[in-house]
Ligand binder design. Structure first.
Ligand code: KDG
Length: 346
């Protein structure tokens, strides 16, 4: 009797113990299905690479993107790579197509090698100011072009800003196109840029951004052209003597990810990616505009001479630029150019 009472008490104790250890379960859904097991969240990696360095507003924009995305979803692990660590603009776009990386933010210049119509943004002196550029890029024309990337395996999210490009060189105080005669200038890999610099009188050569500083240092090229923020943050003043404020081209960035990554994202993730990309765009544009406005003085403080063009000299550059429009405004590019110019004229 005593023994069976002991067994009974032990059994009650064991059952009681187990009941205490079992995690509380939510009541099963009304459909009667089993309660969902809590699995650790599996994160997908989103590797984003750029050519510029960590000090540049572009990288700050990517950090903002990461922060905003993380605050919305916890399923994406954003990893950032600066300084062409994943390759140059063109190689990184190919990386999106091949699936070796998920995101990048190139200038529009190399994008024309993937989708011809993008070359509409490469005509010098097209946009008069940033506000006009924002209107076109964030409007219908900009969106159509972003959408055209999907056929190439790329999801164009939004436009960020590289900005108005300026000429730098080692040895000549360039005040007019005549001063550029024979100057060996690195440009991005784009036929319209090359033609524009030939029209200005220079001897242009395309080169990946990652090779540029060394090429300037070793005098393989005499000069290059980029917005003030890049000239400053990449310390081109260490190897260049002059900046001429030519403002010859407004250069947009396109923040893009692989179409595959986008398609594999849930609607909630897609919404979060778009929201974060837009917040980061506004942040990046603001930082970049501040940098482009204020850093000329810093270039001078670092020993560079910054040259402002007279209205006549600016006109001379614009006239030479205009002369190449006809050669490149063909087919679809011409259609887009016409639409952009009409929109700008409004
Ligand atoms: O991260 C962007 C850079 O890779 C590149 O687009 C910068 O304007 C640029 C250039 O001159 O190559």
């Amino acid at each position: 009797m005593k023994r069976s009472l002991a067994i009974l008490l032990t059994l009650m104790l064991v059952v009681g113990l187990f009941a205490g250890c079992t995690p509380k379960q939510e009541p099963a859904a009304e459909t009667g299905s089993a309660p969902a097991e809590s699995k650790p969240v599996e994160k997908r990696v989103m590797r984003i690479g750029i050519g510029l360095n960590e000090d540049h507003p572009q990288f700050k924009g990517l950090e903002k993107f990461k922060e905003e995305l993380n605050s919305r979803v916890d399923t994406i692990d954003v990893q950032l790579f600066a300084n062409s660590a994943l390759g140059d603009d063109r190689a990184m776009m190919e990386g999106l197509q091949l699936g070796t990386q998920e995101g990048t933010c190139p200038s529009t210049a190399p994008i024309g090698n993937f989708v011809e119509e993008f070359k509409v943004f490469d005509f010098p002196y097209l946009f008069p100011n940033e506000a006009a550029a924002d209107k076109i890029l964030d409007g219908e024309i900009g969106q159509e072009l972003l959408d055209s990337l999907s056929a190439k395996g790329i999801k164009g999210l939004v436009y960020w800003e590289n900005g108005f490009r300026q000429l730098t060189n080692r040895q000549v105080e360039v005040k007019t196109p005549e001063d550029m005669k024979g100057l060996k200038v690195r440009t991005m890999e784009n036929p319209i840029h090359l033609a524009a610099f030939r029209a200005f009188g220079a001897n242009p050569t395309p080169m990946a951004f990652g090779e540029l500083f060394t090429a300037l240092q070793q005098k393989t090229v005499d000069g290059q052209e980029n917005p003030i923020a890049t000239i400053y943050y990449n310390k081109f003043y260490e190897v260049q003597g002059y900046t001429t404020l030519t403002n010859h081209l407004y250069s947009p960035f396109v923040f893009m990810i692989s179409q595959k990554f986008w398609d594999e994202s849930t609607p909630e993730e897609q919404e979060a990616i778009m929201e974060a990309a837009k917040i980061a765009r506004d942040h990046e544009r603001q930082l970049n505009r501040e940098a482009n406005e204020t850093l000329s003085k810093e270039l001078e403080a670092n020993g560079m001479k910054v040259v402002e063009l007279t209205p006549e000299a600016l006109q001379a550059f614009q006239t030479k630029a205009q002369a190449i429009y006809g050669e490149f405004a063909q087919g679809k590019i011409a259609e887009y150019l016409d639409r952009v110019q009409k929109e700008l004229a409004k």
